[in-house]
Design a protein around this ligand. Structure first.
Ligand SMILES: C[S@@+](CC[C@H](N)C(=O)[O-])C[C@H]1O[C@@H](n2cnc3c(N)ncnc32)[C@H](O)[C@@H]1O
Length: 246
């Protein structure tokens, strides 16, 4: 792992209260904590990885369209956000990490969509949005049952800001039973899926950092396209959702 306990000083007080609640985290042994450091210390590196790991196209196709407001939580550098534009009149992207918000704002401006998406700071467990705000409240590769990354309070917040008859969706969920216990249904889309890096050189470089056990195989294959199985991760092909009572 690239980071040490000395790097924890990058967190704001609000971030530290969620990611190192006892004040003494060790990113060498705590993978979620190391990811939080990545977002703040090397956001462009993170963006190169997320840009290569594209979502199954049917995920976006499944989401409701013709909406008024959409709220996305944990928007990162906009892998899903860019796809939400056009499905609603307006999108609010909530993202705690300032360096990721800056990249997202830069991408939106470059694509001419800065007016359609409001990018704001915030956390799952204290969303800076009013009750019944959005028709769709969605998180992609961001929500977990752990309190620092959502938890009971975070799910309750997503449902609070969702309008009656609206939809709360957790894309690429990693704790299906936990969500099912809370009334969430599951959809998965079939088919082979690969990570598409910018070049074979980049595939090897990023595999060495993020998937070191697979790096040799990535090098041997000689391609910029790497099946998710080779990297040893579940592809982003699924979602859990709940339609709130009307
Ligand atoms: C793996 S990234 C996914 C980003 C983006 N949704 C995507 O799919 O590319 C996880 C994101 O969750 C955000 N996150 C972590 N803890 C959070 C919290 N407590 N509340 C809101 N977002 C959080 C991170 O800052 C990061 O942007």
């Amino acid at each position: 792992m690239r980071y040490t306990a000395a790097d924890l000083r990058v967190f704001t007080r609000d971030e530290a209260s969620r990611f190192v609640p006892r004040g003494d985290g060790d990113p060498q042994n705590d993978v979620p904590l190391a990811w939080e450091l990545l977002y703040r210390l090397e956001p462009e590196l993170y963006d190169r990885l997320a840009s290569a790991e594209r979502l199954h196209p049917e995920i976006v196709g499944w989401l409701p369209r013709g909406l008024d407001q959409i709220a996305e939580v944990g928007a990162g550098t906009g892998r899903l956000t860019m796809e939400l534009i056009g499905r609603g009149q307006r999108v609010v992207a909530v993202e705690p990490a300032l360096p990721l918000r800056r990249i997202l704002q830069r991408k939106l401006a470059a694509a001419g969509h800065a007016d359609q998406v409001q990018v704001i700071g915030g956390f799952f467990d204290a969303l800076p949005l009013p009750d019944d705000f959005a028709d769709l409240v969605v998180a992609c590769s961001a929500f977990t049952p752990s309190p620092g990354h959502g938890g009971e309070d975070g799910l309750a917040e997503m449902e609070r800001v969702c309008r009656p008859s609206g939809c709360v969706a957790i894309i690429w969920p990693n704790h299906l039973a936990w969500l099912a216990d809370r009334g969430y249904r599951y959809v998965s889309f079939p088919g082979p899926m690969s990570v598409t890096f910018g070049s074979h050189h980049e595939a090897v470089e990023l595999a060495e950092i993020f998937y070191p056990k697979a790096a040799g195989e990535v090098r041997r294959r000689g391609s910029r396209t790497v099946p998710f199985e080779v990297l040893g991760i579940n592809p982003p092909r699924d979602l859990a959702f709940k339609v709130l009572a009307g």
